[in-house]
Design a protein. Sequence first.
Length: 547
Amino acid sequence: MKEAVTILPVQSAARVRGLRWLVPSLADFLFGAFLIWLFVTGEGWKSLLGDGDCGWHIRTGDYILAQGHVPRVDIFSYTKPGQPWFAWEWLSDVTFSALHQDLGLKGVVLLAGVVLAATATILFQHTLWSGANLFIALLVTLLAMGSASIHYLARPHIFTLLMVTISLWFLARDRRRPGWTVWLLVPLAALWANLHGGFLALISATGLLAAASLLEGWLAGPAAPDRWTNFRRYATLTAACSLATLANPYGYQLHVHIARYLRSSWILEAVEEFQSPKFRSENMLQFEALLFAGLGLVGWLLFKKRWFEALLILFWAQAALTSVRHAPIFAIAAAPILASELTAIWNRWVTDKPRRSVMGILRDLSNEFGRLPLRVTLWAPALVLFLAVAKGQNWPSDFPSIKFPVAVIDRHAALLAPAEGPMPRILTSDQWGDYLIYRFYPRMRVFVDGRSDFYGQEFGKEYMQLAGAQHRWEAILERYRFDYALVPVEWPLAELLKRRVGWRLVADDGLAILFEAPRAALMKVGHPAERKERHSRGTTAPRGSSQ
């Protein structure tokens, strides 16, 4: 009997611990609601393919899986074949490729949706852990993720959003109670460096924490015991994370390349996501609300000697105002800090409110839900598994036709991508070049695509002159000897090609216009000079390839 009395409570406790993973948590509800609200309903999955870069990322992954190594020279263009190129997001590319091979574009967008939903869920849990009540945590999380929605795209940067969220929580937990878990950021940094160049956000965060700790130690005075302990800890962490990022196929050359890329004045001026934010859209208004609230909080944080939080907000606010691509990171960094301070104000306001008043009821509900454990149960992965096998969820089979020339390419594929013979030279936009890579690689090579870091300033200026029909556009057009031009209707060049002798209008669907160059027409009828050039290219290899 004594043995039975001793064992039964243990078995019951184990059963309860097992069953708790079957009881949906608040985090499960948020994860599911976010995933369903943004992506399952409407055209959400397709919106993740609004940027053509996803196309060349998939094909880069195909190359790596087929060849067994990362590319070190260009494999996509006929304008810069064989030039050195860094596939600096190779692990993301491989992940996209593997999912695409098994599930098509459905797998790619499902991964992107899950990563973004996980980011929102972890950020919400962080705000609750930081002391925010339920309603303020939910409000600030929604504002932060709304701000981040400018980059809700199936591209490698989604991993940076997730990694930033995880890293900042690790640092916050370590500051409250130092432990060994913060050193998990070191292998995380190595993983991050192979997923996306945003790993610099982690180095910035740990560096700011080391600087804040140095300031705290200096202000503490010589008499303070262990005044430099935190500084040594976080300076070592910064150094270890920095060294870990060298564990990539390109070594330190990756860092040199990223530094040059981020310092390029042409990139900052020409690429839209590197420009300052325009406060006109709904997501930018949400960012604006967080920005004003965060900057308004800095003075109070400095007064309370919370140096790291103040530095974090100021650093990412300046970065976001310089480049809109940093707005999501600012929102993620500021959200937990802002939520905890708003909760302190809320608590002072509702402390004495009667229990039956509206404020009292909200206070009690918030306190009760705030005591729930911060965990995710089996329901979240079950939802992902269901979506992976489900059909009829508006899964995309191609890139959205409202942004990419899907219809024109489908109707004229025999011209643009003939089954035999050399592939033609096609003039198109960088985004549509990404899509051509997705559709026709490895046979086709493109004029330009979304790899702005690869093409550089000189070529980029020529591309913009050509698209805008600016100075020297005719000379550039002749020099590249295009066979076809597949251009957006809003390009000034489109109207000039309509009037240019010899260029034939093949198709115009209101989104894209397809022109055939005079030389392409001669090739079709077998002009001797063009037959000679075609023979010199070979019969199957795309122009510019190295076979």
